[in-house]
Design a binder for this molecule. Structure first.
Ligand SMILES: NC(=O)c1ccc[n+]([C@@H]2O[C@H](COP(=O)([O-])OP(=O)(O)OC[C@H]3O[C@@H](n4cnc5c(N)ncnc54)[C@H](OP(=O)(O)O)[C@@H]3O)[C@@H](O)[C@H]2O)c1
Length: 273
C-alpha cells in the first residue's frame, strides 16, 4: 500500500456519513496522523462532533481549510458542490493540490469545470467502508501524478477493496456497488420480516438475515465460484431451497435488479443535466 508523506495535508470538504467513514479508515489504518487531516463542515454541531471524536482540526471555512492542502476530498452532496466549491476556494487552493471527489453522478469533465486547473480523481465508494468492507472504484484524468493516484487508492484500501477503472464504467459501478448496499438492506429487511411472519423474534430474524448475506458474500469472494454454482450447492433436488427460489423467480426478482440498475443509470443521466 502506498504511504502518504507526513508533510502532506489531506482536507475533507464535507464530512458526513461517507467522509467520516474514510476519515476513520485512514486514521485507524495509520495512513496519516490526525494533525495531517482537516475537515470543513458548515454546522457547529458537526464541527464539534468531528473535533471531539477524531481530534482533527475542523473549521466552518472551506477556504481556510484548503490552505497548504496536498489532496482535497470533496465529500459533499453533488447538489451542494457549487456552494461548497466557490471561485474563492479555487483561488485559495495550492497550485499543486489534487482534487478527489466521491460525489455520485459528477464526472471528470464536471469536476474540471468546478475546479479548473487542478488534477482530478473521481471515485465511487460505498457505505460498507464504515466497517472496513468498502468497495471503491477510482478513475483519474491524465494530469494526476501516478504517486498521488497510489495515495488516493491507499486511502480507500484502508477501509476496503479498490479497483481502478475507465471513467465510462463509473455510472454502471455506481448502480451496482455504490447503490448496492441500499438494495441489500431492502432484501435483508424483507427476509427478516418474512422470518417474523414465520414466528421468529425480530432481533433473531435480522441476525439470521444479516449473517447469511455477509457469509454468502464472503463465500462468493473467497471461493471465486460463479454465483450459480454456489446457489446449486444450497439447492437439494426436490428440496426446500429450490421451492423458495421458484417463488422469488415468480415474483421477477432478476427483472427487479435489471430495472433497479437501469433506474440508477437514468437518474444519473438526469442529474448531470
Ligand atoms: N451515501 C452513500 O451511499 C454514498 C456512496 C458513494 C458516494 N456518495 C457520495 O458521497 C457524498 C456525500 O454523501 P454522504 O452520504 O456522506 O452525505 P452527508 O452525510 O449528507 O454529508 C454531507 C456533508 O457535507 C457537508 N456540507 C454541506 N454543505 C457544505 C458546504 N457548503 N461546505 C462544506 N461542507 C458542506 C455536511 O455538513 P453538515 O453535517 O455540517 O451539514 C456534511 O458533513 C455525496 O456526493 C454522495 O453522492 C455517497
Amino acid at each position: 500500500m502506498a504511504k502518504i508523506k507526513e508533510t502532506d495535508k489531506i482536507v475533507f470538504i464535507g464530512c458526513g456519513a461517507m467522509g467520516e467513514a474514510i476519515l476513520k479508515g485512514i486514521l485507524q489504518g495509520g495512513l496519516v496522523r490526525k494533525e495531517q487531516v482537516t475537515a470543513a463542515v458548515p454546522t457547529a454541531k458537526r464541527q464539534a462532533y468531528l473535533k471531539e471524536t477524531y481530534g482533527i482540526p475542523v473549521t466552518g471555512d472551506n477556504r481556510e481549510a484548503v490552505a497548504g492542502a496536498h489532496l482535497v476530498i470533496l465529500a459533499v452532496k453533488p447538489q451542494m458542490a457549487k456552494e461548497a466549491v466557490t471561485g474563492d476556494l479555487v483561488a485559495a487552493l495550492p497550485e499543486k493540490a489534487t482534487i478527489l471527489s466521491i460525489m455520485g453522478s459528477y464526472d471528470l469533465a464536471m469536476l474540471h469545470d468546478l475546479v479548473p486547473g487542478h488534477p482530478v480523481i473521481r471515485t465511487m465508494p460505498n457505505t460498507p467502508l464504515s466497517v472496513g468492507m468498502g468497495m471503491t472504484a477510482l478513475t483519474a484524468d491524465d494530469q494526476v501524478a501516478p504517486e498521488v493516484l497510489d495515495e488516493a487508492e491507499a486511502i480507500f484500501q484502508s477501509c476496503g477493496e479498490t479497483v481502478r477503472v475507465d471513467e465510462k464504467a463509473m455510472e454502471a459501478i455506481t448502480a451496482i456497488s455504490g447503490c448496492g448496499p441500499g438494495y441489500f438492506f431492502v432484501v435483508m429487511d424483507a427476509l427478516a420480516d418474512a422470518g417474523v411472519m414465520a414466528g421468529l423474534p425480530r432481533a433473531l430474524a435480522i441476525k439470521l438475515a444479516a449473517q447469511t448475506m455477509a457469509g454468502s458474500g464472503v463465500m462468493g469472494l473467497k471461493t471465486g465460484l460463479h454465483p450459480a454454482q454456489l446457489r446449486d450447492q444450497v439447492t437439494s433436488p426436490g428440496g426446500t431451497t429450490i421451492a423458495g427460489i421458484k417463488a422469488l423467480e415468480n415474483h421477477g426478482v432478476r427483472g427487479a435488479f435489471y430495472d433497479a440498475v437501469q433506474a440508477v443509470l437514468d437518474r444519473s443521466a438526469a442529474l448531470k443535466k
